[in-house]
Design a binder for this molecule. Sequence first.
Ligand code: HEC
Ligand code: HEC
Length: 398
Amino acid sequence: MAVFACGGASAQSDSGMTRQQAYARAAALEALGRKIFNDASLSASGTMACASCHYPNNAFAPNNAMAIQPGGKDGRQTGFRAAPSLKYLQAAPQFTEHYYESEDEGDASIDNGPTGGLTWDGRADRGNDQARIPLLAPFEMANADEAAVAMKLAAAPYADDIKRLFGADVFAEPHKAFNAATTALSVYEQSPAEFYPYSSKYDAYLAGRAKLSEQEMRGLQLFNDEDKGNCGNCHRSERASDGSAPQFSDFGMIAIGVPRNRAIEANADPKFFDLGVCGPLRTDLKGHDEYCGLFRTPSLRNVALRKTFFHNGAMTSLRDAVAFYATRDTDPGRWYPRNADGTAGKFDDLPQRYRANINNEPPFGRMPGDKPALTDGEIDDIVAFLGTLTDGYKPAAP
Ligand code: HEC
Ligand code: HEC
């Protein structure tokens, strides 16, 4: 549970609550948030909860292999992004266009560019802003407005919990009831036990309580090696200097040129492109061409549980996702269809004018026919290592 209202050593916090009261309120909010998260009656179809797309037993990611989870009034409307895991988001900084690392983390004078925020394009900053999106999106839970959600909350078995926590008159104004729900959801999403337990084999290894296999160890080295995977450059694998556990993301916005997913309905229109940070879902940075094609680097914790990979779910195996890094530039024909004129195609999900935004650092940046940065065996090693990032590791009995 997130204990955020504790006022240091003093027993009384700003809100006039004692520390015990603040703790009890946080626990009650968390329990309420869990109920709301799992409540399908809060959708227009009556069949879709947050948990339908963010399945608790699958690291809060989908438990099916569909790239896009259908939703909406009839359960058949589709958006165009893969549902991410909701774990380890507590570490995402608020979105900023100019991110500087702290003095002791790295070079504090380097502008790392746009970083942070929630969703693939960072357009929401807190869990409660974010939760508005699926509750109201026509292709997700599809409520017409806040009032429609408030009516459903008033009829829910936990309506009295909401009154107890937010006041007896909370249902008098739809906006208040709606905010109560999104607040409870965001508190729930900060529950350490469920959302950031740091209970993977790799965490046990860092704590000296587990040994990685030889293959996993090779994978870790390749993952970090700047001339090989160089994965750790963006998916940080090392403890921060304050000793905090690695998040396997620096939350930076990067374009890596993931292939177009032709299974997405919106992509039937050849003029439609999901450009990430410059739109269309994110609207405040529209016209910033330098941000087109950028998506937030996801944490790789629990990545082995995913059934589709990247913002558009274009790949369905972890091995392919890793192999893409190794051979995007050396063998583009493996990933991209040919152009209409028969020439070799590349970066088919980003209009030509934005392709200068695509990252070309290792393992990228080679030429067709060059030796890839990773051999097939090395790709397997990295995949084996990524398997150590799944929470719930139980050391074998001695
Ligand atoms: C129909 C499937 C679906 C449902 C239902 C759904 N989500 Fe999501 N969720 C998604 C998708 C897709 C994204 C990525 C959206 C984007 O990048 O624009 C997402 C993103 C998120 C994120 C941000 C994750 C990140 O990596 O930054 C959070 C938090 C979240 N959802 C919470 C919720 C909550 C809370 C609910 C219920 C109120 C909910 N979701 C319902 C599909 C769904
Ligand atoms: C330059 C930064 C960068 C480097 C280096 C990098 N990644 Fe990524 N990674 C990203 C970004 C950004 C995304 C999301 C891209 C998208 O969906 O458009 C991503 C997505 C992924 C995903 C999909 C995760 C998911 O939830 O769908 C996997 C798997 C992955 N990376 C593994 C690796 C591995 C393995 C390496 C090293 C071989 C690596 N990455 C190197 C930035 C990077």
